[in-house]
Design a protein around this ligand. Structure first.
Ligand code: SF4
Ligand code: MG
Length: 333
């Protein structure tokens, strides 16, 4: 069936005092209905921009430079993009968000019960509507009546994030975007909250795009992994396969840096170099300055996003490089 989210070569730049900053650089990604997908990358790789772009909710200095994005088949960026009330209705019907800091996402002046009731307003169909107490039970909160009476600051980070998840799913979105949902939660609860988030999405058939830099979390809970670097998705495939046999040199470095991969007494293999800050379009591969396998063409020719085996890759090593690509384009005439 049609993807719930599809990006094709999306380019987004921010206008800053220091000039244009490119955040998405021909990002391509597709999320199928109900799929649980991790979007992994260092900070600055473009994950949050991609997440907010899904609902055209970017900051006012963001500029759509090129490419397309569609949500449940409706164009959000690119030709024929919806706007105004149709855009707001699309967001309301399709998208939900869970943010890093659940307390700031809640209204500090309102008790939880009232906020949860208001969270469902404006939705067209109400046939799925459920009592708020039931929703809180489903997300594993035992002392429901106390939580409902509370103000956000009275809840622990873990409780507030559970409430955030229940509120986001109450509208029955088709795609939930969770941006570092456990970063502000006590370390001992992270695993539990993540498991809850994924299982609730599965139960209601909602696709999940989990934005994170935590590969450990991803390994256990997601079906697909998409790795971002320098504003592009550079590898995308089934999570277990990609983590067992990473193909892209950047994914290989990430997996090698996993604490679990550390042998006793051995230091973590840090990734050499610093992540790119892109002021202009990079002519070649953005990872070339840090890549141990870089080929001569990597600095001058941009690798394409291509299907290789069961995954998508953006790397000359795997897509045959310039020679085979020019041969291919000559053939295609
Ligand atoms: Fe390394 Fe070249 Fe692949 Fe980029 S395209 S990751 S520089 S081998
Ligand atoms: Mg971010």
């Amino acid at each position: 069936s049609a993807p719930v989210l599809a990006l094709s070569d999306l380019v987004v730049e921010y206008a800053t005092r220091h000039g244009r900053l490119r955040s998405l650089d021909e990002a391509t990604l597709s999320v199928a209905p109900g799929q649980i997908v991790a979007l992994v990358g260092e900070s600055g790789s473009g994950k949050s921009t991609l997440g907010m772009a899904a609902g055209r909710l970017l900051a006012s200095n963001a500029l759509h430079v090129g490419g397309r994005l569609s949500l449940a088949g409706r164009p959000v960026y690119g030709s024929g993009a919806v706007d105004g009330e149709p855009l707001r209705a699309l967001r309301r019907d399709v998208l939900g968000f869970v943010f890093q800091n659940p307390v700031t996402a809640l209204d500090p002046t309102m008790r939880i019960r009232r906020q949860m009731e208001l969270a469902c307003r404006g939705r067209r169909e109400d046939r799925h509507e459920r009592p708020v107490a039931e929703l809180l039970q489903e997300i594993g909160l035992s002392d429901v009546s106390r939580v409902l009476r509370s103000y956000p600051h009275e809840l622990s980070g873990g409780m507030a994030q559970r409430v955030g998840i229940a509120m986001a799913l109450r509208r029955r979105p088709r795609l939930l975007i969770a941006d570092e949902p456990t970063a502000a939660v006590d370390a001992t609860l992270r695993e539990q909250i993540l498991r809850l988030l994924v299982s609730r999405c599965r139960e209601v058939g909602c696709a999940l795009l989990l934005l994170t830099h935590d590969l450990h979390a991803v390994a256990q809970h997601t079906e697909q992994i998409a790795v971002m670097y320098g504003g592009r998705v550079i590898e995308h495939g089934p999570t277990a396969e990609v983590l067992d046999h990473p193909s892209h040199p950047y994914t290989r470095a990430l997996v090698a840096a996993l604490p679990g991969a550390e042998k006793p007494g051995q230091r973590l293999e840090a990734i050499r170099g610093i992540p790119p800050v892109l002021h202009t379009a990079c002519p070649g591969c953005a990872f070339a300055p840090r890549c141990p396998d870089a080929l001569p063409e990597c600095r001058s020719t941009r690798p394409v996003y291509a299907a290789v085996g069961g995954r998508k890759l953006t790397c000359h090593l795997h897509t045959g490089g310039t020679a085979s690509r020019s041969a291919a384009s000559a053939r295609n005439g």
